[in-house]
Write a protein that binds this ligand. Structure first.
Ligand code: 5AD
Ligand code: SF4
Length: 450
């Protein structure tokens, strides 16, 4: 019998998508996938290295896995994802109980790597590139949800922001042919999926080598053409994340305006509101460039939700720089904001920058910004009361057995009372109350559309 494999995923949506892809390949090679460590013969940890805390978690988790299965001498443990790619062989030295190190582009070779480890080979490692004929497709049984699917359209990053490890862990940008993306969207639609997320570190830097699949679809950039092509499939809801400000062409907003199934949500990380810091971060955009893009979004005849990422305490960030970030956050009126304290990543340019902000000061700035955002967000969420939102019912709420939960097209969590049979349907919900991070409402129509 083939061994049973358990995959645990940390970090971003790209890792979720990679785990789904790894599971698809494993099952195609005759492996069984299981849902807990207790049943597993092989445990794969798909890791994240974007901040130090995430990276440290890997080593703790390896210890926990070994302790939980101390009776199973032949349990194989593999580290995949960003930490694997960056640390390579060093992982074996730090954690001698690890059998395999599987880089970010070795997903399709995992079955062979496991075979090698089972044959007794020690320190099995693959940090190689993707193969020419690697398969992006994911089997529906491996997807994280039967209603919402992630479709990677671009991998890697060429931007080299000075704080960020991603260009090193995920390599150069590679775009997937549009014809494949469209075919996958159609397959998912036939299977009953109601929502797809086109994902990538920078989706709007999408630049496929061939134009196949985009013929007949206009647009200022390949990404704008892709949005229109995917919208034409008729998939009920299409979201995309993450967008990079410098490459954010206003035609993206036009595409959303033209196509109701392109959702009214844009995630556009700004990182800082200070030009001095943006330059040190090597973001390639100024505060005013960013605000121009925001203005186009805000001016749209379709009301769009806007979310962002901010780093506080970047090396050299003064109180004045930070206040410029606070002002920008106030001005943008984000629907939601992910705030991070700067975390030094070895190998990135910013790791050698001096004049670091003390940890205590980072915390002060983090809390201040969080407070500013919360105040703005409460108002934004309140403004939804009395409005009817289209919600994809994703399941039961974890808070209450009577409540269903789902996301609106503007990517807000919406809870409401309803029968479980509505799961997977798109329904209209009248918003009756707002919390800081979710909305509450009552069902208006049953399975009306989609
Ligand atoms: N420190 C803190 N936050 C970081 N991010 C990326 N690198 C770092 C770092 N070194 C944040 C950015 C990015 C998000 C995914 O993670 O805000 O947009
Ligand atoms: Fe990191 Fe910048 Fe690339 Fe985003 S654009 S993944 S922040 S290097």
């Amino acid at each position: 019998m083939k061994p049973r494999v358990y995959i645990e995923t940390f970090g971003c949506q790209m890792n979720v998508a990679d785990s789904e892809r790894a599971a698809t390949g494993l099952r195609a090679s005759g492996y069984d996938l299981c849902k807990s460590i207790d049943e597993a013969d092989v445990v794969l940890l798909n890791t994240c290295s974007v901040r130090e805390k995430a990276e440290r978690k890997v080593y703790t988790r390896i210890g926990e896995v070994r302790a939980a299965r101390s009776g199973k001498q032949d349990l194989l443990v593999g580290v995949m994802g960003c930490v694997a790619q960056l640390e390579g062989e060093a992982i074996f030295d730090h954690a001698s109980s690890v059998n395999m190190v599987i880089g970010t582009r070795a997903t399709d070779r995992i079955p062979t790597l496991i075979e090698r480890a089972r044959d007794g080979q020690r320190r099995v490692i693959d940090l190689g590139e993707r193969g020419e004929h690697d398969v992006w497709d994911v089997s529906p049984v491996e997807r994280h949800s039967p209603h919402v699917a992630f479709i990677p359209i671009i991998e890697g990053c060429n931007k080299f922001c000075s704080f960020c490890i991603v260009p090193y862990s995920r390599g150069r940008e590679r775009s997937r042919p549009a014809s494949e993306i469209i075919a996958e969207t159609r397959r998912l639609q036939a299977l009953g999926y109601k929502e797809i997320h086109l994902i990538g570190q920078n989706v709007n830097s999408y630049r496929p080598r061939v134009e196949d699949g985009l013929e007949g679809f206009p647009g200022a950039t390949s990404f704008c053409r892709l949005l229109r092509a995917v919208a034409a499939t008729g998939m009920p809801r299409i979201k995309f994340t993450t967008s990079f400000p410098r490459d954010f062409h206003p035609d993206i907003v036009s595409a959303i305006e033209e196509n109701p199934n392109l959702c009214d949500w844009i995630h556009l990380p700004v990182q800082s509101g200070s030009d001095r810091i943006l330059k040190l971060m090597r973001r390639g955009h100024k505060r005013s460039d960013y605000l121009d893009r925001i203005q186009r979004i805000k001016k749209s005849r379709r009301r769009m939700a806007l979310t962002s990422d901010i780093i506080v305490g970047f090396p050299g960030e003064t109180e004045e720089d930070f206040q410029q970030t606070v002002e920008l956050v106030k001005e943008c009126e984000y629907d939601s904001l992910y705030i991070f304290k700067y975390s030094k990543r070895a190998g990135t340019p910013a790791a050698s920058f001096h004049d670091t902000v003390p940890e205590s000061e980072k915390t002060v700035r983090f809390l201040e910004l969080e407070k500013v955002q919360r105040a703005a967000q409460i108002k934004i969420y309140q403004s939804y009361v009395g409005r009817t939102l289209s919600v994809l019912v994703e399941g039961q709420s974890s808070r209450s057995d009577d409540d269903l939960t789902g996301h609106s097209t503007c990517h807000k969590v919406v809870n409401f009372k309803g029968d479980q049979s509505l799961e997977g349907e798109i329904v209209d919900v009248l918003v009756t109350a707002a919390k800081t991070n979710s909305l509450y409402g009552t069902l208006v129509s049953g399975a009306a559309v989609g």
